[in-house]
Design a binder for this molecule. Structure first.
Ligand code: 6R9
Length: 665
């Protein structure tokens, strides 16, 4: 592999290594070489609508063809392909029965305990049809919202597909969220049903799901819910509400295995997925059917270069957007064979990923930097679980998603997992973007560790200053997208105003999509490097979390007077949550502080979910504030890092407080 230096001194990461895509890869790639990439970019630049219209016709099956590609008349509520009609489940399933994939394995389910279940496209189609008919038998109809609170399973994917088949809008809630978070989402979505499992199986343990649904509904306000559909995963004890609860088996047993898809307009909401913003409650990101599905299918081909013989494995959970685009829809839309993995990377040991790749001859592997970093550590401690101890020769492409990948982790992944023969696609995107935005193309783009390189063809990504003016390469700024694209967020469910102000702020002219990340482009190559969120959103193990949400959870505790949450860099999780807390009573110290900190951690776990528990809690008599009462978060960030404050603190009302906040409980 050629490893030649580039000269730029101004790159955000001072990274000089360049890795060319392997020639053999380029020879068979969907986008073969930079000329092919440039050609697509030029096509998009010269005829933007024609470009997307062509792709939407080529990659999706339409029941009613669209005649208008992009409608900007009600910007920023853009509409794509909207006089066309289609069905997402038809495009993922029926289409594969018609094009010779009926007996091909659609899903290889790898259970927590290593048991394997395969389903073909024909079987999956039958299951989804029965499921869809079951939903209809309960009166669930097009436009209804259905909450899915399930762990990784074939049934989880089938539930999403079944909703899509009947035109119901699903909203998957990650199984690690608390009853309260679930209740809030049920209420905001006005959902009519919850699909769940008795329990989930993770890392050798059974964890409750149905019990949390019961708790959520008992919190009140969920009167729209008529049905709770329960998939029996473990057979563990659960309580039962007759008339409301129904076993999935009983729901589908006598249903027909045929279900005519509900043809919906391209703009029909396929799903709502809640994600964290910088203020207030989570936002219900609404995605369309046509644009979203086009993107899921197209990026499977462009970014993952998917071929009929590939075994594709995305390790995300269906509770996150990555699991929507690259488990539930994308792989099926292109007729791929994919792994659905129930477990965790470290059970029964830290070799689980590598063993699973060898076992199923995975050829494309897509995971998060946080997993890579934790497995680097684990294999340092116990060399038995080093990837090189496993046969990973089936791999031909690696991917990374969720947070910036640091160059050392990139190099380790490249050498030890990819055997220096697999390109790595470092895919930058967001819940709101529906799929990849800025990423190398594996058969075209020379790779630089730590850089997501260049936007996909047709994605008008740019870096601007706070007034919306372009900044030159080599200078950091705000990442925006200047033109609408098919898979973009359509609105925030129940809150179109918040959609406008969050993503199309007036300060930037109201026309650019604001990603919420900072970025810098390399002076010579124009490559993008993401420098991190510019708002109050944290990224902990690739999970998005708003500091405000955690602060609200903390102050909801009867002992807490005030709280401020900041992120601090963490070797494994990327960022860690550090909370500064003022109690109503006296500032605790020693053992008492430890005890209270543990209580508050559990409290946040209950309020939001275990993923939001602060790693560190510090108590003070007060927080550092300006004379006008504003909390000085930038000082808290310095303290959280354990660094000395060198900034000017003369505007502080109470500089003495900084001393107290140096120590964690
Ligand atoms: C897909 C997903 C989105 C935020 C995004 C950014 C960060 C994701 C990244 C990346 C650098 C990458 N992010 N991928 N940062 N390089 N390859 O993760 O969606 O959960 O909405 O998070 O994650 O900060 O704004 P989501």
């Amino acid at each position: 592999m050629a490893e030649n230096e580039i000269t730029d001194e101004n790159h955000g990461l001072q990274e000089h290594r360049v890795f060319q895509p392997p020639k053999e890869f380029t020879a068979n790639a969907a986008i073969a070489g930079m000329e092919a990439y440039d050609k697509l970019c030029a096509e998009a630049a010269s005829d933007y609508e024609g470009f997307w219209g062509r792709l939407a016709r080529e990659h999706l099956d339409w029941q009613t063809p669209f005649t208008k590609t992009l409608d900007e008349s009600n910007a920023p509520f853009y509409q794509w392909f909207n006089d066309g009609q289609l069905n997402a489940s038809y495009n993922c399933l029926d289409r594969n029965l018609l094009n010779g994939n009926a007996e091909k394995t659609a899903i290889i389910f790898e259970a927590d305990n290593g048991a394997v279940t395969n389903v073909t496209y024909r079987e999956l189609h039958q299951r989804v049809c029965k499921f869809a008919n079951g939903l209809k038998s309960r009166g669930i109809r097009k436009g209804d919202r259905v909450i899915i609170y399930m762990s990784m399973s074939i049934e989880g994917v089938a539930a999403m597909q079944a909703c899509a088949r009947i035109g119901a809008t699903h909203s998957v809630v990650f199984g690690g969220f608390s009853a309260k978070s679930l209740q809030e989402r049920i209420i905001d979505a006005g959902a009519v049903a919850v699909i769940t499992a008795d329990e989930q199986q993770r890392g050798g343990k059974s964890l409750p799901l149905k019990a949390i649904v019961d708790e959520a509904l008992a919190l009140g306000g969920c009167d729209t819910i008529k049905d709770v559909i329960v998939y029996k995963r473990t057979g563990g004890d659960i309580s039962w509400n007759k008339g409301r609860d129904i076993w999935l088996n009983d729901l589908v047993d006598n249903q027909s295995a045929d279900c005519e898809p509900e043809w919906v307009d391209a703009e029909h909401p396929l799903f709502i997925l809640y994600t964290s913003g910088s203020t207030g409650t989570p936002k219900g990101v609404q995605h369309s059917t046509g644009g979203f599905l086009l993107w899921a299918a197209l990026t499977m081909k462009w970014t993952f270069d998917i071929k009929p013989s590939d075994v594709f494995w995305c390790t995300a959970d269906i509770g996150w957007v990555t699991g929507h685009s690259y488990i539930a829809y994308g792989p099926l839309a292109v007729g791929a064979t994919e792994i659905v993995f129930e477990g965790v990377p470290t059970y029964p040991n830290a070799g689980r990923f590598w063993e699973t790749i060898a076992k199923h001859k995975v050829s494309i592997f897509y995971t998060a930097p946080t997993a890579i970093r934790s497995l680097i550590k684990a294999s340092d401690v116990n060399p038995e679980f080093h990837p090189q101890k496993y046969d990973l020769s089936s791999l031909r492409l690696l991917g990374s998603v969720g947070e910036p990948i640091n160059p050392e982790a990139w190099m380790w992944y490249y050498k030890n997992v990819g055997g220096e023969r697999c390109p790595i696609v470092d895919t930058f995107w967001q819940t709101e973007t529906g799929g990849h935005m800025i990423t190398p193309l594996p058969g075209a783009t020379p790779m630089v560790p730590g850089s997501c390189t260049l936007p996909l063809p047709g994605i008008m990504a740019a870096i601007v200053d706070e007034a919306g003016a372009d900044v030159p390469n080599g200078q950091g700024g705000i990442l925006v997208v200047k033109r609408p694209w098919p898979s973009m967020i359509r609105t925030i469910w129940n809150n179109p105003e918040r959609f406008k102000t969050s993503y199309f702020p007036e300060e930037l002219g109201g026309k650019y999509y604001l990603a919420g990340d900072g970025a810098i482009r390399n002076k010579d190559t124009g490559y993008f490097t993401i420098t991190g969120r510019i708002d109050d959103v944290l990224n902990v193990s690739g999970h998005r979390m708003g500091t405000m949400e955690i602060e609200s959870a903390l102050v909801a505790n009867p002992n807490v007077a005030e709280a401020a949450v900041v992120g601090k860099p963490d070797d494994t999780t990327g960022e860690a949550i550090c909370a500064f807390v003022v109690l109503k009573g006296a500032r605790p110290t020693g053992e008492e502080a430890k005890k209270l900190a543990a209580e508050l951690r559990n409290w946040v776990g209950k309020e939001i979910g275990p993923i939001a528990k602060p790693k560190e809690i510090r108590f003070g008599d007060n927080l550092p504030k300006t004379r006008s009462g504003k909390i000085m978060r930038r000082l808290l960030r310095v303290l959280a890092k354990g660094e000395t404050i060198t900034q000017d603190v003369s505007t502080l009302e109470n500089p003495a407080i900084l001393e107290q906040l140096k120590e964690s409980a």
